[in-house]
Design a protein around this ligand. Structure first.
Ligand code: TRP
Length: 364
């Protein structure tokens, strides 16, 4: 059997650098690698609604934004199917059957869901839909028989849950579903890019993001205002690179060529870090270097986004086609699931014959 990718994002905002290094960049590489038979990229609007039930307009507005960010990064609809989760009702039916295979206590142990419950202040009133979204995510993944899910490490508990459901399903009803694995970013800095304020993660509500669609001026402003080492007050002071967001970003983005192009006094990042740690290297110089690198990364993304922005109806057409194509695949899996679960009554001639026979005997 072939290799299939499925991954996705909740459309609650535009995508930022954290998404880029954590997943988008790798998706494009995988898409272009030729190693996969199919690539599905899902805009997970139904999942976004599980904690935004009272604000569907926010989700509605961001679908096209996320699609534009995808296209801007190089996700190519000729190679990848971009789909909208809510347009595939088969996913709901799969979720409903999978719910029978998962216990409440198992869901309560999911560390990502636990963190999210705290962050959203849901402790005393968790929406059931939100609580069960890991099950729905298992449906997303298994409907397409995905083998590979490129995602950040916060998605590992979802993959673990999915594998458990697959095993339980296949043991109970027969081999239908495929066990997926997560594909994490290779570089530790990419695994968890901090916010510009040094907090653990970029998040819209914290206002510590650099968006892929930010213009050059906004990016520079964000970089120049970044959190560094709070004890590095004078240029001559020794500085810390651990927990220093500017250096974490350099770990994620900087390549040796960048030194030749923008900071030829140093040969590589180790030399730059050593100088910073010794003292005598100012934050501004390092930030200007980071800014130059980020502009180089973001410029082609912005340019491509601008092109796609000229044809919004075309973007919606692409989403519709992708969703329709995806729906056919999900429907085939659902047929197999129904058959394995023996709930395909009307397609089962033997069932009818058997009952006919039973009653035939008793009535004579
Ligand atoms: N939970 C993912 C996120 O918060 C989004 C998502 C939904 C997803 N369905 C998925 C990711 C399936 C990978 C596979 O970003």
């Amino acid at each position: 059997m072939g290799k299939v990718i499925l991954t996705g994002d909740r459309p609650t905002g535009r995508l930022h650098l954290g998404h880029y290094v954590g997943s988008l960049k790798q998706r494009v590489e995988l898409q272009n690698s030729g190693n996969f038979d199919k690539v599905y990229i899902m805009i997970a609007d139904a999942q976004a609604l599980t904690d935004n039930a009272d604000n569907p307009e926010k989700i509605r507005q961001h679908i096209v934004e996320v699609a534009l960010d995808y296209l801007a990064c190089g996700i190519d609809p000729a190679k990848s199917v971009i789909l909208i989760q809510s347009q595939i009702p088969e996913l709901c039916e799969l979720s409903f059957y999978y719910m029978n295979l998962v216990t409440v206590s198992r869901l309560q142990r999911n560390p990502t869901v636990k963190t999210e419950i705290k962050m959203r202040g849901f402790e005393t009133n968790i929406p059931v839909g939100f609580f069960t979204y890991p099950i729905s995510q298992a449906a997303d993944i298994t409907a397409f028989k995905a083998t590979t899910v490129p995602a950040g490490e916060d998605q590992e508990p979802m993959l673990e849950q999915t594998r458990e459901i697959v095993r339980r399903f296949n043991n109970t009803y027969g081999e239908v579903l495929v066990e997926p694995e997560i594909l994490l970013p290779g570089n530790a800095a990419c695994l968890r890019l901090p916010g510009t304020d040094g907090k653990a993660k970029m998040s819209k509500s914290l206002g510590n993001c650099i968006y892929l669609s930010d213009d050059a001026k906004e990016v520079s402003k964000r970089v120049m205002g970044m959190y560094t080492d709070p004890d590095h007050l004078r240029v001559s002071d020794p500085g810390k690179v651990e927990g220093n967001a500017v250096f974490t970003y350099l770990d994620a983005f900087c390549r040796p060529e960048h030194f030749a192009a923008y900071l030829p006094d140093y040969a590589n990042l180790d030399e730059l870090k050593a100088h910073y740690q010794r003292g005598g290297l100012g934050d501004v110089k390092v930030k200007r270097f980071l800014d130059a690198i980020l502009q180089e990364v973001l410029e082609p993304i912005r340019a491509r986004r601008k092109e796609y922005e000229q044809d919004i109806p075309g973007v919606y057409r692409m989403l519709k086609q992708g969703s329709e194509a995806a729906r056919e695949v999900a429907a085939r899996t659902l047929d197999e699931v129904r058959h394995a679960m023996r709930i395909d009554y009307f397609a089962d001639e033997k069932l009818i014959a058997e009952h006919t026979l039973n009653y035939g005997h008793t009535q004579r």
